[in-house]
Design a protein around this ligand. Structure first.
Ligand SMILES: [Ca+2]
Ligand SMILES: [Ca+2]
Ligand SMILES: [Ca+2]
Length: 284
């Protein structure tokens, strides 16, 4: 009887419909971006790219001698019907543009780009690419923060679903924001996720000391076939996921009176309001 039940159960598992789940999240903690675990990062067909994993983060930099000051590694996992793509990163040696994109697998151009740049103290923009050299501007705006992208970690997210494309940017510790820019556009519903950074060279238009050494430190990147709506506030150990290791990390930081656990006023004090803030964030 038990054997029969087990056999039926196993049979049910084996014969169930295949569940294709292209969703992925790579936090680079395994030290490699090209090992297929969980995904493999490759060069964009459109731009040069230079990237390596350093201390559990993906460092994206300019390829030496790049004719176009853009570097764009990507993941070939294909999304057929929209995607939500996100990265948490740090801008290094701006001025520049730091983006996540969703574009076709063949050219790497046809699709959308959500950009955060050092212009105007932090500017969010949304673009559509059609062919090389032809970029359609879908919208932009300054971020109402008292800082620029060069001051620390930020999240940038692009959503492409059901004829609407949107971009948003927020900081660790902040609630998941409304889209900063939304545009009706249904030109490219499918594609793959990429990260792209652009060096602004002299930086004349956007401030900064120039040079061509812009890079981005990417804490994690992910792509999902449904909209990503969590803020990541409960992700204390910055691996892109909220799980029990974050609870342990919070408790450890709380006991040590570390900044990672000082989540609520009064700052500089570790009390029950910090615990409540963590639990609220963790339940998102
Ligand atoms: Ca890996
Ligand atoms: Ca985590
Ligand atoms: Ca506190």
């Amino acid at each position: 009887m038990l054997t029969t039940t087990l056999a039926v159960a196993l049979c049910g598992v084996a014969m169930g419909p295949p569940k294709f789940a292209p969703d992925w999240l790579d936090n680079f903690n395994d030290g490699s971006a090209t090992d297929g675990s969980p995904v493999s990062w490759v060069d964009s067909p459109a731009f040069g790219s230079a990237f390596e994993v350093v201390d559990g983060d993906l460092v994206v930099s300019m390829a030496p001698g790049a004719s176009v000051p853009i570097s764009s590694p990507r993941v070939g996992n294909y999304f057929a019907d929209g995607a939500s793509v996100r990265a948490r990163m740090v801008a290094v040696n701006g001025p520049g543009r730091y983006t996540v994109a969703f574009a076709d697998a063949e050219t790497g151009i046809k699709g959308y780009v959500a950009s955060f740049s050092t212009c105007q103290g932090g500017r969010v923009e949304l673009f559509r690419g059609d062919v090389i050299g032809q970029i359609v501007y879908l919208g932009g705006g300054s971020v109402l923060w008292p800082y620029s992208p060069v001051d620390g970690d930020f999240y940038v997210q692009l959503d492409v679903f059901e004829g609407v494309v949107s971009a948003r940017v927020w900081r660790p510790g902040e609630a998941f924001p409304e889209a900063a820019i939304s545009a009706p556009d249904m030109t490219y519903p499918d594609g793959v996720m990429s990260i792209a950074i652009q060096d602004f060279g002299s930086g004349a238009s956007c401030g900064g000391i120039g040079g061509t050494d812009t890079s981005a430190v990417v804490r994690f990147a992910q792509a999902a076939s449904n909209p990503l709506t969590s803020s990541g506030r409960g992700d204390i150990n910055v691996d892109g996921q909220q799980d029990f290791t974050d609870v342990l990390a919070f408790l450890t930081a709380f006991a040590d009176m570390g900044g990672a656990a000082d989540l609520a006023e009064p700052f500089g004090q570790w009390d029950f309001s910090d615990v409540v803030a963590f639990l609220v964030a963790f339940s998102e």
